[in-house]
Design a protein around this ligand. Structure first.
Ligand code: ADP
Length: 267
C-alpha cells in the first residue's frame, strides 16, 4: 500500500487515473489505520473489566470465608459485567452504523413533546444530585420535525445524561433550550459542570476518548456516548457544536433540519 503510481511525465488521462488510484490507496490506508486503532481500543476497553473480574474472583476464592464476603464480590462483579455489556452494545451499534446496516425509521414527530418528556427524565436524574433542570421552549407553536424518533431521543438523552454526570453534586443546573433557526431546529443542552479544556474539545467525539479515565470509570461511562451522538446527528444531516469553559460548564448545541435527512440514511 505504500507504493504509488508515478504521476508526472505521463499522459493526461493516465496521470488522472494514477491520481485517482493514489487517492483510493490513501483512503484505504486511512481505513486500515482506523480499523486497527478501533480493534486495539475495543480490546483494551473490554480487557479492563475482565481483569477486574478475574482479580476479584481469584481473591474471593483464595481468602473469602463468610457469605457476606462472597456477596460483596458478586455485587462488584455484577457491576463489571454490566459495564462490559454496555460497551459491547455501544460497539455493535457503532459498527452497524458504519457498515450502513442500521435502518433509520424517519417520520414526522413532535420535538416539543419529546423535549417535555426528556425534561421530566432529566429532572428525575438530576434530583438525587441536587441539579436543577430547566426547559426553555423559545417557540410558541409546537415544533414538528422529520427523523428517527427513537434515535433522536437517545442522542438528546445521552447529552442530558452527560450534562448531569459531569456536573458536581449540589451546585448545578442544566438547561435545555429549543429554538428555530431558519430551516433548522436547535436544541442546546447547557450544564454548569466541570467543563472541557480546549485541547480536548476536538477529540471528545472520538470513540473511547475520555478526559479523565478514573472519574469516567466511576461514572460508569463507556467513552462511546458522544461518538454515537455524532453519528445520529450526521445521519440526520445535522450538526453538533460544543462550547465549554473549564470550571464553568459546557453547552452542546444540536442543529437538525426540520425536513429530516434528504437521502435515505440506509444507503
Ligand atoms: P463517557 O461515557 O465517558 O461519558 P462520552 O463519549 O459521552 O463518554 O464523552 C467523552 C468524554 O467527554 C467524557 O469522558 C468526558 O471527559 C467528556 N464530556 C462529555 N460530556 C461532557 C460534559 N457535559 N461536561 C464535561 N465533560 C464532558
Amino acid at each position: 500500500l505504500n507504493q504509488r503510481l508515478p504521476v508526472e511525465g505521463s499522459r493526461d488521462e493516465i496521470a488522472h487515473l494514477a491520481e485517482t488510484f493514489n487517492a483510493m490507496l490513501a483512503r484505504l490506508e486511512s481505513s486500515f489505520r482506523k480499523i486497527k486503532q478501533f480493534s486495539g481500543d475495543a480490546s483494551h476497553e473490554l480487557r479492563t473489566p475482565l481483569t477486574i473480574l478475574r482479580g476479584e474472583t481469584e481473591v474471593a476464592l483464595r481468602w473469602a470465608k463468610e457469605p457476606e464476603e462472597f456477596r460483596k464480590m458478586l455485587e462488584s462483579n455484577m457491576e463489571e459485567i454490566d459495564r462490559m455489556g454496555r460497551i459491547i452494545e455501544d460497539l455493535l451499534l457503532l459498527a452497524k452504523s458504519e457498515a450502513g446496516g442500521l435502518p433509520m425509521e424517519c417520520k414526522e414527530f413532535s420535538l416539543s413533546d419529546m423535549l417535555q418528556d426528556l425534561y421530566m427524565q432529566g429532572r428525575t436524574l438530576g434530583e438525587p444530585k441536587g441539579i436543577e433542570v430547566l426547559l426553555d421552549m423559545n417557540v410558541a407553536e409546537e415544533i414538528r420535525i422529520r427523523g428517527d424518533e427513537l434515535r433522536i431521543r437517545q442522542m438528546l438523552l445521552n447529552l442530558i445524561v452527560n450534562g448531569i454526570k459531569y456536573t458536581p453534586a449540589g451546585e448545578g443546573r442544566l438547561a435545555i433550550t429549543l429554538s428555530l433557526e431558519g430551516d433548522n431546529v436547535s436544541v442546546a443542552i447547557a450544564d454548569s459542570g466541570i467543563g472541557i479544556p480546549e485541547e480536548h474539545l476536538h477529540h471528545i467525539f472520538d470513540r473511547f476518548y475520555r478526559i479523565d479515565e478514573a472519574r469516567n470509570r466511576e461514572n460508569g461511562g463507556t467513552g462511546l456516548g458522544l461518538a454515537i451522538v455524532k453519528w445520529i446527528v450526521e445521519a440526520h444531516e445535522g450538526k453538533i457544536l460544543v462550547r465549554s469553559t473549564p470550571g464553568k460548564g459546557s453547552t452542546f448545541t444540536v442543529l437538525l433540519p426540520t425536513r429530516g435527512p434528504s437521502r435515505d440514511p440506509r444507503r
